[in-house]
Design a binder for this molecule. Sequence first.
Ligand code: SAH
Length: 397
Amino acid sequence: MRNEIDIKVKELLANDLQKGVPVLLKDGFHEIDSLVDGTILKLRNPGGKFIGKGYVGKQNKGIGWLLTKNEAEAIDTDFFLKKITSALKHRDDYFNSDDTTAFRIFNGEGDGIGGLTIDYFDGFYLISWYSQGIFAFKELILEALESAVPSYKGIYEKKRFDTKGQYLEDDDFVKGNRGEFPLLVKENGENFAIYLNDGAMVGVFLDQRDVRKKIRDEYAKGKNVLNTFSYTGAFSVFAAAGGAKKTTSVDLAKRSLSKTTEQFEVNGIDVEKQDIIVMDVFDYFKYAKRKELSFDMVILDPPSFARSKKYTFSSAKDYTKLLKDAIAITEKNGVIVASTNNATFGMKKFKSFVEKAFKESSQKYVIEEEFSLPNDFRTSPLFKEGNYLKVLFIRAI
Ligand code: SAH
């Protein structure tokens, strides 16, 4: 039997949990040092009334997640089975699609278990554990996943918590059959080369699926496209597939050259006609200005925080400046696709960066499209930070 302890939380947290807020914020506890990852907490209000059961899984601001408000419900394989089964049902359309074979089947607190995500890649499942605490339930969750899905090829995992050197082996394979990588998956008819056993990132960020489709279907034709912070060039692939005149992908990671080349190749796109540049984006902006280069579309998808040799970038502080750099090399009537995955600010603030950047550049603009997370990235309305993605298509007029 798993360790279960009774614990009283502060009034404020008790009220939030009562409403269904899923996260167990640190501040709501009198003492957290003694709480051991993986422990089940029977949460009580200051008066001692049962509110819900959660688990200890220390992440950033949270020390764990609410799992159920039903005192009689045990946190066992059956519990996880119910959650995963219901999550799978919400992805029926994706499973039934022939032209998309990579999507998220379980999105943390949006599907009822914070700290856990499961992605599907053409028969393979990739589980991401966001804390030692949720990892403690690995056996139960694996058992639940295996009985929830009709069949599977193989299961891989990513430990997205500090393992403090405990896991020396560099192998994310869990069970089933090992995949042959790259694994080719489809997204709205285009291919992606995926590596499930090659470090933290697998080759594509699934949450930008709808944005990529929009670029391909409605914006790319005949355009000269600059894709900054391009990683494996997923946006460039969709722009090229949509008939872009040319794409230029810029990322400072050396691996981006071979990775982006590969993504073009698996889609039969002539790589010779595209530019793939390994360079600091901020240096590239200077270079482009000096050379008087300009683009019909500029895609900005920076990490929330990045430190390179020369520059530090924080999307909360520096996005306006990034937009101004982009505006300076965007053609009149061109489009800037501005994206951020920073959960610490919302769409309103993001739009204020846009307003400021255009104002300071003495330019007018209209926002033509707005995106947040796609449907498979289910979120909880009571946990705003979980709805982190914000994307704007801004036309410079
Ligand atoms: N837009 C990508 C995902 C971006 S991930 C996609 O659609 O798949 C963030 C990327 O930014 C990483 O590949 C990282 O190498 C790159 N990066 C971070 N700081 C950078 C900088 N200063 N200049 C160029 N690339 C940078």
